[in-house]
Design a protein. Structure first.
Length: 191
């Protein structure tokens, strides 16, 4: 599996209603995209007291079953239209260590993302096991999905969670509103 995210930092005075409307209008286009486990349409708004953010962001997060689906999407008309509207973003990719999805995945309304530096000399198997335990703990605290992945070029890890309710724990990262969840029917049947 591959985790993927790109992010658009929008001007401080940008009307985020445009992004919310775009998500409503275009969100269903990836609902049954081949090889997709899920796509979370994420945004955050500067000055939003409920979800504090320093920036206006549009930052979809994807979980791909394999590179075939990811390559089809990145080379396809939907991503081309996004690039036309906002410019071509830098796309971050992480091989997945673990992904836990539960039936409430489609009901997610919030997301959290933490980026973590993996220390030089860290025992990667121990790190992965610790992340697995944290994911199970987050699932017990209401996470609808828990994905942990890593990027070996810069030795970072991403801890991504989807929540039905506002996250019950403080995080050292970004909190997003989920505007739409694309989850193919086959994935819903699996979880």
């Amino acid at each position: 599996m591959i985790a993927m995210q790109y992010s658009f930092v929008l001007p401080a005075d940008y009307d985020m209603a445009i992004i919310r409307r775009r998500i409503v209008e275009k969100g269903s286009m990836t609902d049954d995209f081949p090889h997709l486990a899920f796509k979370a349409y994420l945004s955050s708004e500067r000055g939003d007291a409920a979800l504090p953010s320093l920036e206006n962001l549009y930052a979809p997060f994807y979980l791909w079953r394999n590179e075939k689906g990811m390559n089809t999407f990145l080379g396809g008309p939907g991503f081309a239209a996004l690039c036309q509207a906002f410019g071509r973003p830098s796309v971050r990719l992480w091989p997945v260590w673990q992904a836990s999805l539960n039936p409430e995945l489609t009901e997610a309304r919030y997301a959290t993302r933490e980026l973590l530096a993996i220390p030089s000399g860290a025992d990667l198997d121990a790190w992965r096991q610790r992340e697995r335990e944290l994911a199970l703990q987050d699932a017990r605290h209401g996470a609808a999905a828990a994905v942990t992945a890593y990027e070996p070029a810069g030795w970072t890890a991403v801890r991504f969670r989807l929540w039905r309710e506002k996250p019950p724990v403080a995080i050292d990262g970004q909190i997003y509103a989920v505007g739409h969840m694309s989850v193919p029917a086959a994935v819903v049947a699996e979880v």
